[in-house]
Design a protein around this ligand. Structure first.
Ligand code: ZN
Length: 404
């Protein structure tokens, strides 16, 4: 198609203003919900290489628009699906998928470090709660995510009476966990009630704010080498770090510190480029997922090797440590009493921000434990750390610890 006029640039931000996690049981229909909310589920590897940014199965962006004619009608389409009027841009949102499969609980926990709010997806044709519904809700409560919207999905598969019965189950469940959240019925694969869902997200999940006075603090959720094999050295891109800024900001040219870095030593590098799925940025703030090209050797960032690292302003990050002392708090009602204890010599999986590390318990004294980490980690005193334990062949979230 030949363009006669220069296409009008859409009125959208380049950086998402918030990360919303999708949590819930594996069969609750999270994938079709993200499809309804974003129009696509980006997983094209070549696109990722081309742009050198953090798109991968599990991450997708959407723009929310409000129709100026149809009352409170929200959509992810620029032109209103009902009246075709040009919608008013509200904000750009990133969705982060948390795997609902029980064996991927530790992946879900490291994903929770990147979320500002969450959609808890419940299937109307199943009893609520399912095992992962409880585990995921505990995980986000532990991560202090209190902006939650509940989706009662698959309402097209049940009768009105069954839907009402299931709705009452959800309300009872939320009440028992002291969660206050709106419950929005949807049939995601038919795109039913998506406007009401977007309205609930706009109302209940606020975007994080930028505090210019605070130093940069960012979690690395992935990392890559974006160079195509055979690229000449002078044309190569530096190592790319993908993640979300928790506080402060970063701009091209800044020096940044990475901890635990390499071989137990922090590393300092320079920001060469910042990008998102929608384009390049000179400056990034707390909010959606960004990718930072650095002066690091790309071989050190390939295949998510830097996942779990902390990124911050130079001189502000904790020193890497291989030992950790935690004050342990067990989860209520999640797990059988049998696994609500930690013994000397036991193996644990600790989720420290986006880092997952094996740890061996060295000392237990009252509700405090000391553990030896398999690899160095970087954490602050007072930081909340998820503690998973193996039970019946899988890792289960049993407690959280406060770093001492
Ligand atoms: Zn309209």
């Amino acid at each position: 198609m030949k363009k006669t006029k220069k296409e009008k640039k859409p009125d959208r931000d380049v950086q998402s203003s918030v990360n919303i996690g999708l949590i819930g049981h594996v069969d609750a229909g999270k994938t079709s919900l993200v499809e309804a909310l974003t129009g696509k589920w980006v997983d094209t590897h070549s696109e990722e290489l081309k742009r050198g940014i953090s798109i991968r199965i599990g991450y997708a962006d959407a723009n929310f628009y409000k129709c100026p004619n149809c009352g409170t009608y929200f959509s992810v389409e620029e032109n209103c699906p009902k009246c075709k009027a040009h919608g008013v841009f509200q904000r750009k949102v990133s969705f982060v998928d948390a795997p609902g499969h029980e064996t991927l609980m530790t992946t879900m926990l490291s994903g929770a470090a990147l979320m500002h709010g969450a959609i808890l997806v419940v299937a109307a044709n199943e009893d609520c709660p399912q095992a992962q519904t409880i585990e995921h809700l505990n995980a986000i409560k532990m991560s202090k995510i209190d902006q939650i919207v509940v989706v009662q999905n698959k309402i097209d598969l049940v009768t009105k009476d069954e839907a009402l019965k299931n709705y009452a189950q959800i309300q009872k469940f939320l009440k028992s966990y002291s969660v206050s959240a709106p419950v929005i019925p949807t049939a995601a694969h038919l795109k039913v009630n998506i406007s009401a869902l977007i309205e609930a997200l706009e109302t209940h999940i606020k975007s994080p704010l930028l505090d210019e006075n605070k130093p940069l603090k960012m979690y690395c959720g992935r990392s890559f080498d974006v160079n195509i094999p055979g690229t000449e050295i002078d044309k190569m891109f530096g190592g790319v770090l993908g993640g979300t800024i928790l506080q402060g900001s970063v701009k091209v040219g800044d020096a940044i510190e990475i901890s635990p870095g390499f071989d137990g030593k922090k590393v300092i590098t320079t920001v060469c480029n910042i990008s998102t799925a929608s384009g390049k940025l000179d400056f990034a703030k707390p909010g959606g997922l960004i990718a930072i090209e650095t002066t690091l050797d790309p071989s050190t960032t390939q295949n998510d090797q830097m996942k779990g690292q902390l990124i911050g302003a130079v001189g502000t990050l904790p020193e890497p440590a291989k030992e950790i002392e935690l004050e342990v708090h067990y989860m209520d009602r999640t797990t059988s009493k049998a696994i609500q204890s930690i013994k000397i010599g036991e193996s644990l999986v600790l989720t420290i921000g986006t880092m997952t590390s094996l740890a061996i318990v060295k000392k237990v004294q009252g509700n405090k434990i000391s553990a030896q980490l398999k690899k160095e980690a970087s954490f602050w005193k007072g930081q909340t750390i998820a503690i998973s334990k193996q039970h019946e062949m899988r890792w289960r979230l049993v407690a959280y610890g406060i770093a001492q």
